[in-house]
Design a protein around this ligand. Structure first.
Ligand SMILES: NC(=O)c1ccc[n+]([C@@H]2O[C@H](COP(=O)([O-])OP(=O)(O)OC[C@H]3O[C@@H](n4cnc5c(N)ncnc54)[C@H](O)[C@@H]3O)[C@@H](O)[C@H]2O)c1
Length: 274
């Protein structure tokens, strides 16, 4: 008897699609498995990196992708955003997926009391970590509007609740969450969906630079209902779902990939399962 192909397979077939992933620094970056899985599904992927000097940190990433484009763009510079989308337009012609995986806050802002957050640090962190989603979405819009698309941004639970140590970065995540919802509304008539992914702490360059990162990660592992370590591949799989037609009526959502940590009102140690 001949085997009939699985009809559900086509739902994760991204052949003929294109993606821009902004913020892959190295193989530990959250954006990396997202780029790889989209590429494995058939999409052609462009990575945008902050500047030429960080290119060597990509290591073998370009070789692991099928015909990737590697572009440079500091997301706080309008002229660089413009050049990025000019280059993408020339090379891809259109864009189906935009993945925002970029954040920065000056190191001293993590050491200070929240009360002492300075104006210049605030402006820089908000610009790079939150406003950049508007800048990237505006650049992507002309390349997406004819056949719709999907925009995803990486956020964190500290934008919803106080996570000691996350400081200034928590304000940028609260702003990012709001930008996700407003862009979702604004772009919905063009069938462009905008969602957020909110992973638990994972050991990336940005993650481990936050004082108390280990405490955040251990607390989650210990108390999240699923009591599991969050892997970047978990976020990659959720991204794949949101980019696929399986999620075609989902927009403006923040999906937590945290083993259920965010549903807790109180952390208690569970008795061992018998
Ligand atoms: N690691 C975690 O625990 C965690 C949890 C939830 C959300 N996030 C979010 O995931 C996203 C990706 O971070 P990551 O953890 O993969 O760390 P990462 O250090 O691998 O990635 C951060 C990226 O931001 C880029 N970047 C910083 N300033 C930039 C600028 N001006 N222009 C362009 N790019 C710039 C860096 O070059 C880097 O590629 C961030 O938004 C982060 O807040 C991380």
């Amino acid at each position: 008897m001949s085997q009939t192909p699985n009809p559900l397979g086509s739902l994760l077939d991204f052949s003929g699609k294109t993606a821009l992933v902004a913020g892959v620094l190295d193989e530990h970056s959250i954006g990396w498995p997202i780029a790889k899985l989209l590429n494995d599904g058939g999409a052609r992927v462009a990575l945008s990196i902050q500047r030429k000097a960080v290119r060597r940190m990509l290591g073998t990433i370009p070789e692991q992708l099928n015909n990737p484009l590697i572009l440079e763009c500091d997301v706080s510079k309008d002229e660089q955003l413009e050049r990025l989308f000019d280059e993408l337009g020339r090379e891809f012609g259109r864009l189906d997926f935009l993945i925002h995986s970029v954040a920065y806050a000056p190191p001293q802002s993590f050491q200070q009391r929240f009360l002492d957050i300075g104006r210049a640090d605030f402006q820089l962190a908000m610009d790079v970590s939150a406003y950049s989603l508007i800048g990237l979405a505006r650049g992507a819009f002309p390349l997406m509007k004819d056949r719709g698309g999907c925009i995803l941004a990486m956020t964190y639970y500290a934008g919803e609740k106080v996570i000691p140590g996350y400081q200034l970065m928590s304000i940028t995540k609260a702003a990012l969450d709001n930008i996700i919802r407003n862009l979702a509304y604004d772009l919905a008539p063009h069938r462009i969906r905008v969602n957020g992914l909110s992973p638990g702490p994972t050991a990336t360059k940005a993650g481990t630079s936050i004082p108390g990162f280990d405490i955040m990660q251990n607390h989650m592992k210990q108390f999240a209902p699923l009591q599991a370590e969050i892997l970047n591949s978990d976020t990659g799989k959720a991204a794949l779902f949101l980019c696929s037609p399986l999620a075609e009526k989902i927009t403006g959502e923040i999906v937590h990939i945290d083993g259920g940590y965010n549903i807790l009102g109180m952390s208690v140690q569970r008795p061992p399962v018998e």
